[in-house]
Ligand binder design. Structure first.
Ligand SMILES: [Zn+2]
Length: 371
C-alpha cells in the first residue's frame, strides 16, 4: 500500500503505518492537548497506541495461522480504521480459511482473558462506579469489542470470511463469495447509516471499506471461476523476444528499448530456457557499470515453466509463488512458444471484472474511538 511508512520487521513480516494514521494521531494529540493539557494528551494517545498494538497482534494471529498452511504474509499495514495483513495468496481449502479468519479474533480473546486475570472481577465491576475504569480494564473491554466487531458477518471482515468458508463447504467458491459479499454490503449500508449519527463517523469509513472490499473480492472470486479450466494459451504473448544467456547487458537494453516487452526469457547454449531477465534486475545491474556482466549472471533463475495447456489459475498461482512477473511457456517438445506475464493476467481479469489491487486481506476494525 502506498503512503505507508515501514516501522519494523518481525518474523519476515514488514509492519507499516499509513500516513493517515499518523495524521489522525497528531490531530487527536493536539485536540486532547487543547482540552486537558499534555498529561491528558499523553495518556489518551498512549491508550490509542496500546489499542493498535492489540490490533497488530490480531493481524499477527492471521499471519501465523496462514504460515501454518505455508502462506507468507509480506506486510501488515496499520490504518486509522484498523490493521490489514496482506497474505501472499488465499488459503485453498475452506477449512484453512476458517482457521486463518478465526486466528485474529482468537488473539484478542487471549488478550482479554489475560487482562481479566490481572484486573479481576473487581476491576470489571469498577467500570460502573464513579471512579473511572483503569486503563487495563478499558483495554480489556476494547478487546472484547474487537472480537465481537470483527466477527460480524461483514465480508471481508473476519466474520464474513468465516461465513464464506462455511458456505464454501456446501457451495462453489464463487457462489459462496457472492452470498458473503452481498451480506457484507448489507452490513456496510447499516454501518454507514449508524455512522451518520454524531460520534460514529469512523463507521462511515469502515462501511466504505467493507463495501469496496466485498465488491473486489466478489470480482476476484468470479475471475477465478471464469478462468478455471482456461488454458495459459488463451492469455499468453506469442510475439516476444528472448535473449541468450551470454548476451551483454547492452544487448538486453537494446531489446528492452526496441519493444514494449519488460521481461525476457533467457536461453542457454542448447536453446533451452534457463531463466528470465526482469527489467528491474537489468536496470540494477546496469548501475554497476561492469562490461563483463552477462544476462545469465543477473537473470531470475528457478523460474517455473508452464505449457500452453496448463490451466490458467494454476499458472497464476505458480507465478505468485515464484514471485516472478513472467513465466516462459513451452510446447510439448520443450520449445519456448510464449510468455505469460502479469500484464496478461491483468488484462484477462479486466475482461471479467474491475482489477482489484489487493487480492487478499484481513482487516481488523477497532470500534469507533472514544470521543
Ligand atoms: Zn482479523
Amino acid at each position: 500500500m502506498s503512503w505507508s511508512i515501514p516501522i519494523f520487521r518481525a518474523g519476515g513480516i514488514l509492519v507499516r503505518i499509513h500516513v493517515t494514521f499518523l495524521l489522525l494521531l497528531a490531530w487527536l494529540a493536539f485536540s486532547y492537548y487543547s482540552q486537558g493539557g499534555s498529561a491528558v494528551a499523553a495518556a489518551r494517545v498512549g491508550f490509542i497506541l496500546l489499542l493498535f498494538a492489540c490490533v497488530l497482534l490480531h493481524e499477527f494471529g492471521h499471519a501465523i495461522a496462514a504460515k501454518a498452511f505455508g502462506i507468507n504474509t509480506p506486510d501488515i499495514t496499520l490504518l486509522p480504521i484498523g490493521g490489514l495483513a496482506r497474505l501472499e495468496r488465499m488459503p485453498e481449502k475452506p477449512s484453512q480459511e476458517l482457521i486463518v479468519a478465526l486466528a485474529g479474533p482468537a488473539v484478542n480473546v487471549v488478550i482479554a482473558l489475560a487482562l481479566f486475570a490481572v484486573v479481576g472481577f473487581r476491576g470489571v465491576l469498577d467500570t460502573g462506579t464513579v471512579e473511572a475504569p483503569s486503563m487495563l480494564t478499558k483495554l480489556m473491554v476494547i478487546n472484547v469489542w474487537l472480537v465481537l466487531f470483527n466477527l460480524l458477518p461483514a465480508f471481508p471482515m473476519d466474520g464474513g470470511r468465516v461465513l464464506r468458508a462455511l458456505l464454501a463447504t456446501r457451495l462453489n467458491y464463487a457462489r459462496a463469495t457472492q452470498i458473503a459479499a452481498t451480506i457484507g454490503q448489507g452490513c456496510a449500508f447499516i454501518f454507514g447509516f449508524i455512522g451518520l449519527f454524531p460520534g460514529n463517523y469512523m463507521l462511515i469509513f469502515i462501511a466504505l471499506f467493507i463495501y469496496i472490499g466485498a465488491s473486489q473480492e466478489a470480482a476476484v472470486a468470479q475471475m477465478r471461476d471464469v478462468s478455471r479450466g482456461m488454458p495459459v494459451s488463451s492469455a499468453m504473448v506469442r510475439d516476444f523476444r528472448s535473449l541468450p544467456a551470454r548476451a551483454t547487458l547492452y544487448e538486453a537494453v537494446d531489446a528492452l528499448l526496441a519493444s514494449s516487452q519488460r521481461d525476457f526469457p533467457v536461453l542457454g547454449e542448447d536453446g533451452s530456457v534457463t531463466g528470465v531477465l526482469l527489467r528491474n534486475d537489468l536496470i540494477a545491474a546496469l548501475r554497476k557499470d561492469d562490461q563483463s556482466i552477462r544476462v545469465g549472471d543477473v537473470m531470475h533463475r528457478d523460474v517455473p515453466t508452464v505449457t500452453a495447456g496448463t490451466p490458467f489459475d494454476e499458472a497464476f498461482r505458480m507465478m505468485q509463488e515464484a514471485d516472478c512477473p513472467a513465466l516462459p511457456v513451452l510446447d510439448g517438445m520443450g520449445r519456448l512458444v510464449g510468455v505469460l506475464t502479469t500484464e496478461n493476467v491483468t488484462e484477462l481479469m479486466m475482461v471479467h471484472a474491475a482489477m482489484p489491487r489487493r487480492r487478499w486481506a484481513f482487516p481488523a476494525k477497532p470500534p469507533p474511538l472514544p470521543a
